[in-house]
Design a protein around this ligand. Structure first.
Ligand code: GLC
Ligand code: CA
Length: 560
């Protein structure tokens, strides 16, 4: 293999993300839980993945569905007990599945013991665990920052006559990572889970943990996230990540992937470049999730394939041989991908094409629950039917700017709740998610057509396509470690790239349109001599070393 390529288990694995509340209800109370997860471990294994990332399972008031943690060492009672978790952990390990926990340490819940203590007074030992500040004269807040969920980033506490900082909901006070005691707490939490046997962490908004000294006001104003330039990639981030790495992570055989809004390849390399200074294994950036919007899907733009290709190609080139990509197209913060980059009319074809498009690149692929059956957005008629706190807040802002009708349309497109409806297991009542009369959240009414059971036995289903694709990737080093080259860069309909390793090569071609498009293999690729390894239409003829691509068609050819 090429000299600049180093093998590692985290590079070869595929990961399945579970958002516990909507995965599977094991005790019939309408809420997904650990018993439900345990009952589906064989299913997860059957996908061919190697690891599970659990969105937070910890004790939490669930104001931000687990991303507001009240106890880092305990399981939310609605999800089960620590013994239930250990059963899942062991069950996963027995099946050869690693377990990755969500580490949320930019903030805690306002019900965390540390925060409750910190409110007791300036001299309380926990006071400096958070950002408590006096207001400015004339009742002004300590600075002009706005929460990334909308509204002010400061909340007043009358008892203390001070404000605390919260970059997310007011129930999510930011931890003061400049306090060495807080960093010790973080390291202890890491050790607690690693010692129990978990295999790594997905680190929630970890690139926000260091704020500019003095918390200066921003000269800019946005309805959400004003001040973000003062913490998005702060002055001590390097130092703190290095400390976590040296003091804890380096002592375990574990992996880390950091969530990093507004991240660029150049900045990412400061943290994930392989070698002695490496702090994290991978990073979840967001640039490829902006091909149909500006920053967030609420600021909607027409889908732009050229923008998408540019981002992907840039990350592939900049990281190759130096660092490792994390590949995803869905998660619990994103609407469903077929609604965004694919097509509802060609749901099956486009879901398969999108899977090929991202998974055949170099990097570790993550698959979000329901993505593997092509689940779609669920438009709810009334804003009060939504659960997600950021949806409600941003809707409020959007309705002031655009009016209610437009704001509702945007919620239908952009709400995080689109990805949080219960997994559709079968066409049984409540999609087989729960035996309760009422699930905790609305089930997408299309579950009668779109569900796991229906796809299990259909060899051409999206589900079985995912299995085939994950298996193919795992068995072909060229797909994992090969170099990357883009073709037909100027096309606004086709995404075409090739991968090369040790004399082997593969060609990936994806159509992003519902119109027929002519495709001719790039120079040096003889389709007839290659092996067609993945395709989403039954007929696969070749004419003159090319073919007419049908709506959302994809093909992968291999030469070995
Ligand atoms: C991350 C999580 C998201 C959460 C936020 C605050 O972006 O993925 O779900 O709301 O951080 O913790
Ligand atoms: Ca339950």
């Amino acid at each position: 293999m090429g000299e600049d390529i180093k093998r590692a288990w985290y590079k070869e694995m595929a990961v399945y993300q579970v958002w516990p509340r909507s995965f599977c209800d094991g005790n019939g109370d309408g809420i997904g839980d650990l018993k439900g997860i345990l009952s589906k471990l064989d299913y997860i294994k059957s996908l061919g993945v190697d690891a599970i990332w659990f969105s937070p399972l910890y004790k939490s008031p669930q104001k931000d569905y687990g991303y507001d943690i009240a106890d880092y060492r305990d399981i939310a009672p609605e999800y089960g007990t620590m013994d239930d978790f250990k059963a899942v952990l062991n069950g996963a390990h027995e099946r050869g599945l690693r377990v990755i926990m969500d580490l949320v340490v930019n903030h805690t819940s306002d019900q965390h013991q540390w925060f409750l203590e910190s409110k007791k007074g300036d001299d309380n030992p926990y006071h400096d665990y958070y950002y408590w500040r006096k207001g400015k004269s004339h009742g002004r807040k300590p600075n002009n920052w706005m929460s990334t969920f909308g509204g002010d980033a400061w909340e007043y506490d009358a008892g203390l006559d001070e404000y605390y900082l919260h970059l997310f909901a007011k129930e999510q006070p930011d931890l003061n990572m400049d306090n060495p005691k807080v960093r010790e707490e973080v390291k202890d939490i890491m050790r607690f889970w690693l010692d129990m046997g978990v295999d790594g962490f997905r680190e929630d908004v970890i690139t926000f943990i260091s704020k500019d000294e003095g918390l200066p006001s921003s000269p800019y104003w946005f309805p959400i996230g004003t001040g973000i330039e003062h913490y998005v990639h702060g002055p001590h981030l390097d130092e703190y990540l290095m400390e976590f790495k040296n003091d804890v992570l380096s002592k375990y055989d574990c992996m880390t992937v950091g969530e990093a809004p507004m991240m660029t390849p150049k900045k990412a390399l400061m943290h994930i470049k392989e070698g002695p200074g490496q702090q994290l294994n991978m990073m979840f950036h967001f640039q490829h999730m902006e091909a149909d919007c500006m920053f967030v899907s609420w600021v909607k733009l027409p889908f732009n394939l050229k923008k998408l290709k540019k981002v992907y190609t840039n990350w592939q080139h900049q990281l190759y041989g130096k660092a490792w990509n994390a590949l995803y197209i869905e998660n619990h913060d994103q609407p469903r991908i077929v609604n965004r980059y694919g097509s509802l009319e060609y749901r099956e074809q486009s879901a398969k094409m999108l899977a090929v498009m991202y998974m055949c690149q170099s990097g570790t692929p993550f698959v979000y629950q329901g993505q593997e059956i092509g689940m779609t957005n669920n438009a709810l008629p009334d804003i009060n039917m939504y659960e997600d706190i950021s949806t409600k807040n941003v809707y409020g802002i959007a309705s002031k700017i655009f009016g209610k009708k437009k704001a509702m349309e945007l919620a239908h497109y952009a709400s995080r709740d689109n990805g949080r409806t219960p997994v559709q297991w079968s066409d049984a009542p409540n999609a087989g998610f729960t035996t309760a009369e009422k699930p905790w959240f609305y089930i997408n009414p299309n579950y009668k057509q779109i569900n796991v059971a229906a796809q299990e036995n259909d060899p051409d289903s999206i589900l079985n396509f995912y299995r085939k694709l994950i298996k193919f990737r795992k068995e072909h080093d060229v797909c994992i470690y090969g170099t990357y080259e883009e073709h037909y860069h100027e096309s606004s309909n086709l995404f075409c790239y090739s991968r090369y390793l040790d004399g082997k090569k593969m060609l990936v071609v994806c159509s992003f349109t519902d119109k027929a498009v002519a495709f001719n293999a790039p120079e040096g690729f003889d389709l007839a001599a290659g092996q067609l390894v993945l395709n989403n239409y039954n007929t696969t003829g070749i004419i003159n070393n090319g073919f007419t691509m049908r709506p959302y068609e994809t093909r992968v050819y291999l030469w070995e």
